[in-house]
Design a protein around this ligand. Sequence first.
Ligand code: MD3
Ligand code: FE
Length: 228
Amino acid sequence: MVMADLFSELEPEPQPPEALGDGATLLRGFAAAEARDLVAALGSITAAAPFRHMVTPGGHTMSVAMTNCGDAGWVSDRGGYRYATRDPESGRAWPEMPTIFHDLAARAAAAGGFGGFSANSCLINRYEPKARMSLHQDKDEGDFSAPIVSISLGLPATFLFGGMKRSDRPQRFRLESGDVVVWGGATRMAYHGVAPLAAGESPLTGGVRINLTFRRAQLVADSRPSQT
Ligand code: MD3
Ligand code: FE
């Protein structure tokens, strides 16, 4: 095997964009070249704002561990879901969004047809084996004209891409390390989720999957938390 083959096994080549639906684009391998740097940048973020298992308004503890960086962070507690400028665990502002995060999200959005995307929020999800995310819509952002950009790192996951109703049967597809999805247009409001993570070992993240979810959230000082 020649050197190029060894490298290509570790770092998949970026693939041509694949349309997943109205406004949704899968960019396989788009973040592969920067994956190491993205994971390295997580160290200082999680030192200041550690991963935690949030509680839903219904009182369930989420299996996915979360933290945030940027001007706004998505939080959940018994009072509801919302974006908050401060980490409720520390009372401090969320760590700044690293430039490489912001710029990669902007480049991905542009590749998906959404020029001018400037994320002010990055939700960082950590999946351990068996962690899952049940079907839901992302509707706490206030402005739905901006897309959501998601970057997968580490262990692969089965992503569930449903329709506009929770009862619509979801399509399943595998998201691997370095894959990026831009969710805009009509699919911005689609139901989606993640199947329970299979155990494994990633050279990048060890035994976990990390997902970075970039959003443009409207910060309204006293927005009412949603209950759904
Ligand atoms: C499809 N996270 O944090 S990101 C979430 O892999 C979330 O951690 C998943 O769903 C994860 O809310 C998926 C991809 C994603 C984000 C927003 C969407 C897919 C979407 C909005 C509409 C449709
Ligand atoms: Fe979501």
